[in-house]
Design a protein around this ligand. Structure first.
Ligand SMILES: [Fe+2]
Length: 290
């Protein structure tokens, strides 16, 4: 018997924060999603950059099927020879973000324990991951929240003189598996994942401008004196991370959160060392940004 698909007018969209995020109600992601419902979800995604679906019961396959509506599922990128490689099990397109360990103390997943600074997934790749999807499994009783910061509002709040001056600027985006420290600017670029990207994006779907920088990844503004670059980046990181510029998500098991890496940053807060936190992640690839 064919599964009955829910019509788009049955879904609800409720804002989570004045600048970013919405909760979508009335959708069961363990089933195929009807085309007109997908169109409504897509519009909400363009409008709000982060979408939350509560109380979902999703398998790996369900998560991959839903994500595939937004682009080709990304596969793991193996770091270049000589580059640092994180410990943890191999995976292809489903990554478990967990601090869990097996009986011998080996990590059961990726990204371990503790705070992680604001970043944008794979901004240091030629084709950054467009959307990321996280499903809540083991959730600590306190902490382990995910903050989502609006890059649209960060751009809107830039001083006009900087908007003009940096309109065509590029920044070097890098990553070396650190989670809460700036990259050393003296690092040999060939030893880390890196790519120069436009600093200000015109979003391919919403048409809005976003300030595409992150404290974890953005090393410098290309072609600028290093001290001046550092000073400007520090001023602009502060806009992205301002208290009124992010929604802080308090996880529940069964939450599926998806976000647009070209429109927001994400970060996680610390949680008690003796508590397990496990989330299941997949992503979809985007296009080159210029
Ligand atoms: Fe991430």
């Amino acid at each position: 018997m064919a599964t009955k698909l829910k019509p788009a007018d049955a879904i609800t969209v409720t804002k989570l924060h004045p600048r970013i995020g919405a909760e979508i109600g009335g959708v069961d992601l363990s089933r195929e999603t009807a085309p007109d419902t997908m169109a409504a979800i897509n519009q909400a995604w363009y409008d709000h950059a982060v979408l939350l679906f509560r109380d979902q019961h999703m398998s790996d396959e369900d998560q991959l099927r839903f994500a595939a509506n937004f682009g080709p599922i990304a596969e793991r990128v193996v770091p270049p020879a000589g580059a640092h490689r994180p410990s943890g099990p191999d995976w292809t397109n489903i990554m478990y973000i967990t601090d869990g360990k097996d009986a011998d103390g080996n990590p059961l997943g990726s990204l371990g324990h503790g705070e992680m600074w604001f970043h944008s997934d794979k901004c240091y790749r030629p084709e950054p991951h467009r959307a990321s999807f996280l499903y809540g499994i083991d959730i600590p009783t306190e902490g382990g929240h995910t903050k989502f910061a609006s890059l649209y509002s960060a751009y809107d709040n830039m001083p006009d003189a900087l908007k003009t001056r940096l309109a065509d600027a590029f920044v070097m985006q890098g990553y070396d598996y650190g989670v809460s420290e700036r990259l050393s600017l003296d690092v040999n670029l060939e030893d880390i994942l890196h790519y120069a990207q436009p600093m200000i994006l015109t979003h391919p779907d919403s048409g809005r401008k976003s300030l595409y920088i992150t404290r974890l990844n953005t090393m410098w503004i290309e072609g600028m004196d290093r001290d001046e670059s550092d000073a400007i980046l520090e001023e602009l990181f502060a806009l992205t991370e301002a208290e009124d510029n992010y929604y802080e998500h308090v996880w529940r098991p069964g939450d599926l959160v998806m976000w647009d890496n070209l429109a927001c940053l994400h970060a996680r807060t610390d949680w008690p060392q003796d508590q397990l936190r496990t989330l299941r992640r997949c992503t979809v690839v985007g296009e080159k940004l210029y």
